[in-house]
Design a protein around this ligand. Structure first.
Ligand SMILES: CC(=O)N[C@H]1[C@@H](OP(=O)(O)OP(=O)(O)OC[C@H]2O[C@@H](n3ccc(=O)[nH]c3=O)[C@H](O)[C@@H]2O)O[C@H](CO)[C@@H](O)[C@@H]1O[C@H](C)C(=O)N[C@@H](C)C(=O)N[C@H](CCC(=O)O)C(=O)O
Ligand SMILES: Nc1ncnc2c1ncn2[C@@H]1O[C@H](COP(=O)(O)OP(=O)(O)OP(=O)(O)O)[C@@H](O)[C@H]1O
Ligand SMILES: N[C@H](CCC[C@H](N)C(=O)O)C(=O)O
Ligand SMILES: [Mg+2]
Length: 487
């Protein structure tokens, strides 16, 4: 049993009506989940305003209400706490409710447009191989040591985060790696957490439906580094033009990584093949099973973080060479007929371009490159024409198809994609709305030695159409079709 006043520590309170010396059951920001003696926190969302559900929460038994504006009707026996920012209050109250578990962990946050899942998941693998009990919060899954849970967000809400951290403490976990998304920072989901390190990957076009301008998107990412304590490390990719911006105002210990410029953690690509990369990391050579230049950056971020967390540098390199690629990130199969099919989560223009350039770099003969790609519905529309043009430009054949249409008309999404394709690329273009049919066509077109890239959905095991999630798995689908066609 918790007492309300004990979980208000660090919350910026503006006024209190009623007693804070009351026992509470749990805290929640969704009125539909409120039970007897709970605390309801009203959040202003993108679709609705939690303040509209205060009465509903009280009917269901809420003993206390956290809000930024007091309701007109104040009910007797209920405690109302007016705060400056309810998102921030939620973050601190969730951390306090679970006794600030992040302080008992070595918690590292990874932020940037692309590479977060790869880096966080591989750090998780690396520290497990080094013998530690480790935790992971990622787009693909949540791990509490060996136990796996389903992930719904890249960075979940504060209550979920602290709930899993608490599980981690109970399971004896010492290190945790988490993805920190721009939505997560902006909605203050990570505000009350204690990080021992932060990693910046890169910044390119994404989520401009949510963040009004690129500058705001960048500043949201930067605010994560501004909030790190001075004992933490801040590790940034300074080949990215925003890499130094991230370090500008942080009080944390600053470290850099780069392939092209001088940095604390530096690498040179000696060989790049489908089987992996041979890298010179600072002064030592290492083979890793990860593919493409962008993964050389990921390797550096992982190596730098491991060293800053106290791992011996040789041990870190030895363990790095053992790491397996992350589900849906440049995952490939080579069929009986020698067709290579690659499934990759590239769902931003930058990621798609990187993956296509990587494939082009490792092509040895004159293989054809066939790309199957779509763009998600109810998400950043500006990505659509750009991604289609990149696919058409850098492939021999581009098949535009559906990703997760969500609540949009898939044909409209495809029209918007097609608009970006320049006339000289039309002859390379096919448009097949049904994703399975699109993959099948790519397989039918592929000859021996050809490469098929299926981009955008990576590890996802569903396709969301009209709000309904149907089972769909790119890797499973392509394997099945290639076997049927005996290619
Ligand atoms: C745009 C966005 O971030 N939305 C998140 C947000 O929902 P919202 O703002 O739409 O909430 P809302 O429906 O308007 O409701 C406002 C408040 O009223 C409450 N409410 C609502 C109805 C009711 O009957 N009673 C009630 O109390 C809601 O619980 C909420 O607290 O707050 C919810 C609770 O935390 C999140 O689940 C939800 O994530 C949605 C599902 C989502 O899709 N988010 C994506 C865009 C996201 O966060 N993505 C990033 C990754 C991005 C990346 O790739 O970098 C992530 O970290 O996952
Ligand atoms: N360091 C990198 N730089 C650029 N592109 C990358 C990098 N790492 C991975 N990618 C590409 O971006 C895709 C997504 O990678 P990953 O899932 O690691 O990113 P993420 O930041 O977690 O994405 P999300 O925001 O969706 O969670 C990969 O499938 C790959 O194509
Ligand atoms: N984290 C990304 C995932 C996009 C994945 C893509 N398959 C889609 O559905 O648009 C987002 O929320 O924008
Ligand atoms: Mg991710």
């Amino acid at each position: 049993m918790k007492i309300l006043k004990d979980i208000l520590y660090k919350v910026a309170i503006e006024s209190v009506t009623g007693s804070t010396d009351i026992p509470i059951h749990k805290i929640d920001f969704d009125s539909r989940k409120i039970e007897e003696n709970d605390v309801f926190i009203a959040i202003r969302g993108t679709l609705s305003d939690g303040h509209d559900y205060i009465e509903k929460a009280i009917q269901l038994g809420a003993a206390a209400i956290i809000c930024d504006t007091l309701p007109g009707n104040i009910e007797k026996g209920i405690t109302y706490i007016q705060v400056k920012d309810t998102n921030s209050a939620l973050a601190f109250m969730a951390a306090n409710y679970f006794d600030n578990p992040s302080r008992k962990l070595k918690l590292v946050g990874v932020t940037g447009t692309n590479g977060k899942t790869t880096i966080a998941s591989l750090l998780f693998q690396l520290f497990q191989k080094a013998g530690f009990k480790v935790g992971l919060l990622s787009t693909v899954k949540i791990m509490v040591d060996e136990t796996e849970y389903k992930a719904t967000h890249t960075t979940p809400d504060s209550i979920t985060i602290n709930h899993y951290f608490n599980e981690m403490i109970e399971a004896g976990v010492t290190h945790c790696f988490m993805e920190v998304s721009s939505h997560g920072i902006h909605q203050k989901r990570t505000e009350a957490l204690h990080f021992v390190g932060g990693i910046f990957t890169n910044l390119s076009h994404d989520h401009l439906d949510y963040h009004p301008t690129f500058a705001e998107y960048r500043d949201v990412k930067k605010s994560f580094f501004d909030s790190l304590p001075k004992t933490a490390f801040a590790l940034s990719n300074i080949d990215d033009k925003n890499g130094t911006v991230m370090l500008q105002n942080t009080v944390a210990r600053k470290f850099t990584y780069a392939l092209k410029t001088y940095a604390d953690f530096k690498a040179q690509i000696l060989e790049s093949q489908l089987s992996g990369l041979l890298l010179k990391v600072n002064e030592n050579e290492v083979w890793v099973k990860l593919i493409g230049t962008f993964n050389a950056y990921n390797v550096l971020a992982i190596y730098g973080a491991a060293v800053e967390l106290g791992m011996d540098s040789f041990e870190a390199l030895r363990l790095l060479s053992d790491l397996e690629s992350v589900s849906g990130r440049f995952q490939y199969i080579i069929s009986e007929g020698n067709v290579t099919a690659i499934v990759d989560y590239a769902h931003t223009p930058d990621a798609l371009e990187n993956v296509l350039i990587t494939i082009d770099d490792i092509r040895t003969k004159n293989e054809q490159l066939i790309t199957v790609v779509g763009c998600g519905g109810n998400r950043d529309k500006a990505k659509r024409p750009v991604m289609a043009q990149i696919a058409a430009n850098l492939s021999d054949k581009a098949i535009l198809t559906s990703d997760n249409p969500r609540n949009e008309d898939p044909e409209v999404i495809l029209d918007e994609m097609e608009e970006g394709v320049e006339a000289h690329n039309y002859k390379k273009l096919l448009r097949i709305t049904d994703r399975k049919q699109a993959i099948k066509t790519a397989c039918q077109l592929a000859q021996s030695n050809d490469i098929i890239l299926i981009a955008g959905k990576g590890h996802e095991t569903y396709q969301e159409i009209n709000g309904v999630r149907h089972h769909f798995d790119d890797m499973e689908t392509v394997k099945e079709i290639l076997e049927q066609l005996r290619k």
